[in-house]
Design a protein around this ligand. Structure first.
Ligand code: FAD
Length: 510
């Protein structure tokens, strides 16, 4: 490679436009610059249009792109997400009795000497507060319908960690404006053929109306179609269906029963007999999706489950069914082609890890796509890091399922250790005697930290042996810390604004 570097991004969904905007900024695209970026997308094919929940990393990404939080909230119908509220994952509902727990984004408070988890474990199980409520103020704040910040806090800043829910179609439009403003060229056309050179590199991408486009690096963001990495280069999806069983989602978008009603500031994730339902509140509507395993129930049953959840009859609201193969491509970067987004892989919607993988991938491309150097070594490294990321996320997702005591076949299959990814059994064995800690993970390839595992484990009633009192020598400090957290939490629920008001204040600019 020499002279001007040309990058061709194929696909204009969240992956394509996020990559375009990010690389334009990171590689300083300009008319006389050393890098040119073109994004080609087919308006006829369109985008998948789901992917409304995000992870807190999105704030740093949007800030890096120079997007203003107010503009973002206004233009994408976004709301604040403080975590996920899980219902019915441990037990099926029994009359009015339901098991609920929260996975907040905020890390637990620490004592001066470390984690509060051992001290919480040493408390009386029947009377102690739920883990998330004991170690952070966030679940209390979100339960009270409050936002994670006040309108006076700065752009993307606030006292509590947060992410967003947003409309994916509107996000792509916002990102495209920013990318084009930063110098990205946009072509609306369809790929009709991908030419492969004798050395296995992509030689060009033929289009219907714009001839053949050539580049130094081709980024495949064509979603599940995977036109370059899959169809042209033949890299298969490595299925993880043996661990993660869901492979379908029936989705719907619904208006709120009343305008300006209270807004949840977490994703609601309600388990059902063969999967779970997401319920994501945007500013003007909520998106709902019934995720299920087609090996355990058929589409008609999944549709009944969704409609029962909505209190509606089939036909009352338009729905869409999406199929996916849970898995990822072993090699996501081959020669001069790298895949991002659904073209590279997708495990399932739980914990909203699709977009965070795109963020991780594009940040690596920005650093590893060297000007004149060979691409084979960065490609190997990229593939190793992305594989590790997918595997780690897979382990974390399985944890949500494998601790369930539900009796339906889907849940019994999930609880069968024969279906667990290899590291999980080993970790769970250790966590019977101590809580998850920072030495359990290699941080560069993790999306989730040890405390995310703690929230799921103890939300799901996992039994870590309570430490003997002489192993938790700072009990008084810890008790003081628990009391402070309770006090801060009570104050924060009074001081932070209701979630709906916060959004309106920020959007309205006052
Ligand atoms: P797409 O949005 O499908 O975009 C593909 C692009 O490629 C389009 O512009 C299309 O026109 C173009 N294209 C395709 N073929 C051609 C061609 N031949 N020529 C030209 N252009 C072409 N992620 C999260 O982070 N949070 C979530 O809550 C979440 N929920 C999900 C729920 C479901 C059911 C599914 C399936 C996914 C979910 N994801 C979620 C993943 C998320 O949707 C994706 O990571 C994200 O939308 C990125 O999609 P994409 O850009 O890769 O693909």
């Amino acid at each position: 490679m020499s002279g001007t570097r040309r990058i061709l991004i194929v696909g204009g969904g969240t992956a394509g436009w996020l990559a375009a905007a990010y690389l334009a900024k990171a590689l300083a695209v300009s008319p006389r610059g050393a890098t040119e970026i073109t994004l080609l997308e087919s308006p006829d094919i369109g985008i998948v249009g789901v992917g409304e929940g995000t992870f807190p990393t999105i704030r740093a990404t949007l800030k890096f792109l120079g997007i203003d939080e107010r503009e973002f909230l206004r233009e994408t119908s976004a709301t604040f997400k403080q975590g996920i509220r899980f219902a019915d994952w441990l037990h099926a509902p029994d009359g009015d009795t339901r098991h609920v727990y929260v996975h907040p984004f905020e890390a637990p408070f620490q004592t001066d000497v470390g984690s509060l988890a051992p001290y919480w474990l040493a408390q009386e199980p029947r009377t102690r507060a739920p883990f998330a409520e004991a170690v952070t103020i966030q679940s209390r704040v979100a339960d009270a319908g409050r936002g994670p910040k006040s309108a006076m806090d700065g752009n993307f800043a606030g006292p509590l960690a947060y992410a967003y829910h947003f409309d994916a179609v509107k996000l792509a439009a916002l990102l495209s404006r920013h990318a084009m403003g930063a110098g990205v060229t946009h072509i609306a056309d369809v790929v009709t053929r991908v030419d492969i050179a004798p050395d296995g590199m992509i030689a060009g991408v033929a289009t219907r109306d714009h001839g053949t486009l050539q580049a130094d690096l081709y980024i495949d963001c064509t979603g599940f179609r995977a036109e370059l990495i899959g169809r042209a280069l033949g890299e298969p999806v490595k299925s993880v269906r043996n661990h993660l069983f869901t492979d379908r989602a029936i989705t719907a978008k619904l208006p709120y029963p009343r305008a300006r009603g209270p807004l949840a500031s977490y994703t609601l994730a309600t388990a059902h007999e063969a999967g779970w339902i997401w319920d994501i509140g945007l500013a003007d509507a909520h998106g709902v999706g019934c995720v299920y395993s087609s090996a355990h129930i058929d589409e008609a049953r999944a549709s009944d489950i969704l409609h029962a959840y909505l209190g509606m009859q089939p036909g009352d609201v338009p729905t869409r069914t999406l199929s996916f193969e849970p898995g990822y491509r072993d090699r996501q970067w081959i020669g001069n082609c790298v895949a991002l987004g659904l073209a590279g892989g997708f495990l399932e919607p739980l914990e909203a890890t699709g977009i965070v993988m795109i963020e991780a991938g594009v940040a690596m491309i920005a650093e590893m796509f060297t000007h004149d150097g060979p691409v084979a070594a960065p490609a190997r490294r990229f593939n190793a890091l992305m594989r590790a990321r997918y595997d780690n996320v897979g382990t974390f997702l399985k944890l949500h399922y494998c601790l369930s005591r539900r009796r339906e076949p889907f849940w019994r299959d999930n609880a069968d250790p024969g279906t667990w990814p290899e590291p999980l059994a080993d970790l769970l064995e250790q966590w019977r005697y101590r809580p998850p800690g920072r030495f359990d993970f290699t941080l560069d390839t993790e999306t989730f930290a040890f405390f995310n595992y703690q929230y799921i484990l103890y939300g799901m009633d996992f039994g870590t042996t309570a430490p003997r009192l002489n192993h938790v020598p700072h009990g008084e400090d810890a008790d003081r810390q628990f009391a402070r957290i309770r006090g801060f939490g009570e104050r924060a629920t009074l001081e932070l604004p209701p979630h709906r008001d916060l959004i309106e204040q920020i959007r309205g600019g006052h």
